[in-house]
Design a protein around this ligand. Structure first.
Ligand code: GTP
Ligand code: MG
Length: 238
């Protein structure tokens, strides 16, 4: 039977950033016949909202967590299970941008999220004079070393109207494919190295195999990255 690839995506960010609005908007856009709650009726999340959508061959399961300070300590319970993180920023709230950056830095410092692709949404772009994507990138620029080799994209978004929501989903799906490839590659290498050790080969038999595999993998990866970057504003890391 045909089974979809399933991915868990965390939606994180400070309270009032627009995470639940984004999730509801996403469900409305991607699920036929979904009659969502009125967006104006959404109140602060105490606990967790879950939503599932199908995009192409992938099934994305979103976990939208509460962003209030005392709820942020619960975020890391979900890290180990997640394949991607969408981090939502309120672009109208310059006063809390440094607080948001601190929460972001703490999150990406967690070992459990190593290598997990990140999608940063500069939300509420409908509000005049809000911070732009370049403004937010500048403010977050010193996070680059901590982001490391992870894929990290910053996208403008208006969860309330749905602008940018399709692109956001597209990006996260592509980023997840990258993650999956990276994991496969790591696994293959581990298997090959183990085989080498167990058989005590005098010559490294896996050398060529890994080279071949890496050749394919790199080609696939760069093609995906190309597509990703064509559709998105440049990632934090060039
Ligand atoms: N103008 C504007 N307002 C938005 C947008 N997205 C969300 N909001 C508003 O921002 C407020 C907070 O939205 P929520 O979705 O509840 O925020 P949250 O991040 O889930 O907050 P917590 O659950 O407390 O962590 C609500 O009043 C939303 O209507 C947007 O794109 N534009
Ligand atoms: Mg919420």
């Amino acid at each position: 039977m045909f089974q979809k690839d399933e991915y868990c995506i965390l939606i994180l960010g400070l309270d009032n950033a627009g995470k639940t609005t984004f999730l509801e908007q996403t469900k409305t856009k991607f699920s036929k016949n979904y009659k969502g709650m009125s967006l104006s009726k959404i109140t602060t999340t105490v606990g967790l909202n879950i939503g599932t959508i199908d995009v192409g061959k992938a099934r994305l399961m979103f976990w939208d967590l509460g962003g209030q300070e005392e709820l942020q300590s619960l975020w890391d319970k979900y890290y180990a299970e997640s394949h991607g993180v969408i981090y939502v920023i309120d672009s109208t709230d310059e006063g809390r941008l440094s607080e948001s950056k601190e929460a972001f830095e703490k999150m990406i410092s967690s070992e459990a999220l190593e290598g997990v692709p990140l999608l940063v949404l500069a939300n509420k772009q409908d509000v005049p004079d809000c911070m732009s994507v370049p403004d937010i990138k500048t403010a977050f620029s010193d996070c680059a070393p901590k982001i490391g080799k992870r894929d990290c994209l910053v996208q403008p978004c208006t969860a309330l109207t749905g602008d940018g929501v399709n692109e956001a989903q597209y990006q996260s799906q592509e980023a997840l494919v990258l993650k999956q490839l990276a994991q496969k590659r790591k696994h293959m290498q581990e298997v090959l190295h183990k085989a080498h050790e167990e058989n005590n080969f005098s010559e490294k038999p896996e050398g060529k195999l890994i080279q071949k595999m890496e050749g394919n993998w790199e080609a696939h990866l760069s093609a995906l990255k190309q597509r990703l970057h064509e559709k998105a504003s440049p990632p934090i890391l060039g």
